[in-house]
Design a binder for this molecule. Structure first.
Ligand code: GYE
Length: 331
């Protein structure tokens, strides 16, 4: 720890968190031997409150964060994955505050509800750095954010749809986690881009960014509207699109042909499905944010001025572009 000595009480908090947060995804681990009582070293202790492990994107993001916040890079990472439970994620942040970590990094599951705990971190003089998703709380309550332009991602997906579907088209939407920034913004960007086109959104439900969720919501849509009643699926991430593929195939139809699919993320499995013709278009969302997040944590702790927002750029892929990009894909 940089400035603070981990007290016995705080250590107890860390252990309690480790036990109580041991969720079904087994993604939690509490840093051992956090220099308790020693102090004086330059190791930066960072508590990272991850959403969970819902998708391929998330796995790549967690890996990128663990790599960047490594011991070799001068960090001690206290990692928590909240299994997509907003209350559990806030509890994890509170525990980081009690432990007296040097900085807290959060990938906020939902946008709302952060004011109190961010205020508590500020009162404890612990800077908060957001990565990936945004919050609705005042900017004054966190130091900086690094992430993606979700609205632009939705817009790019919608523009492709608008260009390619010029006849009356029925569309269903597989939404991301309700209340999350990417679900809200990807819907907004897409809807604006298809306004005035013959694409009609006949239904929209959350599949929680998971493959299983996408599959079961799609099964429901297929039961309700039939294979012939759906022309297009817009999935807020690859995993839900991959689940939809399973549901469409199980219903005896051909994904990518009978029912077209647009997704967001461009993780390897999604890109493979695009190459195979089962997905028709993917807008990228870059999960490799660890290095930038670590750089920002160091800068903030060193008292440097940092931009309030850092946006990482995304690309978009059709089948030919996916074929070219797939061999070198890092995630
Ligand atoms: O698109 C999805 C993940 O917040 C950008 O979360 C992220 C989203 C990503 O579960 O796959």
């Amino acid at each position: 720890m940089r400035n603070k000595v981990l007290s016995g009480l705080a250590l107890l908090g860390a252990v309690t968190l480790g036990l109580s947060a041991c969720g079904s995804d087994g993604g939690d681990d509490v840093a051992a031997g956090s220099g308790g009582g020693g102090g004086g070293d330059d190791v930066i202790t960072v508590g990272f409150a991850q959403t969970g492990s819902e998708s391929g994107w998330r796995s790549a993001n967690t890996e990128s964060m663990k790599e960047a916040f490594s011991e070799e890079n001068g960090f001690e990472l206290v990692f928590n994955a909240a299994d997509n439970d907003p209350a559990a994620q806030i509890a994890a942040v509170r525990s980081f505050i009690n432990q007296g970590v040097d900085a807290i990094v959060i990938a906020p599951i939902v946008e709302d509800g952060w004011d109190d705990v961010l205020q508590e971190a500020q009162d404890a003089d612990i800077p908060v750095i957001l990565e990936d998703r945004t919050v609705t709380a005042s900017e004054d309550l966190y130091a900086t954010w690094v992430g993606l332009d979700f609205k632009l991602e939705g817009q790019k997906a919608g523009e492709w749809a608008a260009e390619n579907f010029t006849e009356p088209t029925t569309m269903v939407v597989l939404e991301g986690t309700t209340g999350s920034a990417p679900a809200n913004d990807r819907a907004e960007g897409f809807d604006a881009a298809i306004e005035g086109t013959p694409i009609e959104k006949i239904d929209s439900q959350t599949g929680d960014f998971t493959r299983d969720g996408g599959k079961s919501v799609m099964e429901g849509f297929l039961q309700k509207y039939g294979v012939d009643g759906i022309d297009l699926v817009y999935a807020h991430n690859d995993d839900m699109g991959l689940g939809a593929i399973e549901a469409i195939e199980a219903a005896g139809a051909v994904p990518g042909e009978d029912i077209k699919i647009i997704t967001i993320d461009a993780v390897r499995d999604g890109m493979q499905a695009l190459v195979d013709g089962k997905i028709n278009y993917i807008v990228e969302c870059n999960p490799l944010l660890g290095e930038k997040a670590a750089e920002l944590v160091k800068a903030v702790l060193d008292g440097e001025e940092v931009d309030k927002r850092t946006i990482v750029e995304d690309q978009a892929f059709d089948q030919a572009a996916a074929e070219e990009a797939l061999p070198d894909r890092k995630y």
